[in-house]
Design a binder for this molecule. Sequence first.
Ligand code: TYD
Length: 203
Amino acid sequence: MRGKFISLEGMDGAGKSSHIDTIISTLEHREIEVVSTREPGGTGLGEKLRELLLHEPMHAETETLLMFAARREHIALVIEPALERGAWVVSDRFTDASFAYQCGGRGVDTHKMGILEQWVQQALQPDLTLLFDVPVEVSVQRLAAARSPDKFERESHEFFSKIRHAYLARAEAFPNRFRLLDGNRALDLVRADVVEIMSTFAE
Ligand code: TYD
């Protein structure tokens, strides 16, 4: 049986990375093979592209094209082979991040993004997307405390506000696969929600 594809999304500082281990262990507890990966990245070439994407200034469409170049490689080498052999894939970000950051944040045309999505993914979409949502002030505050921020993490309050808006619009447009989590709570409370969502989904 084909595996399931789960993506984690949210603004920088929304706290999604804190829950990856919980997600993996909930699934492994049910004897599901899990492949944990991330975007941009997830392959040798993808990680090299990640370095450029996170640190090199570039045109917004160049950024978009490189995100999808990394994604093409990621799907071909990691995601599809895993799903085909029945493993579940948990990806720290996927295409919703491109709609949020490149379209929402940078103003890239959503129609162009849709063409790339169709070209690179064909029918592939996450089966479940956990969106960690926090107010922009919280995200900006958490980022201010971070060491050596990358190109995205140094962006303005306004940029993150547009990203949050774009993410929430994606969740509204695809209610079947999105689960919205309030990330502005104690870690344990968020974790309890994550466990419940994963337990129900993996039943
Ligand atoms: P992130 O996932 O937050 O990793 P870390 O927790 O190590 O900082 O960093 C990836 C950055 O890439 C994040 O700021 C969002 C950005 N990004 C895009 O702009 N578009 C995309 O399509 C993806 C996948 C990521």
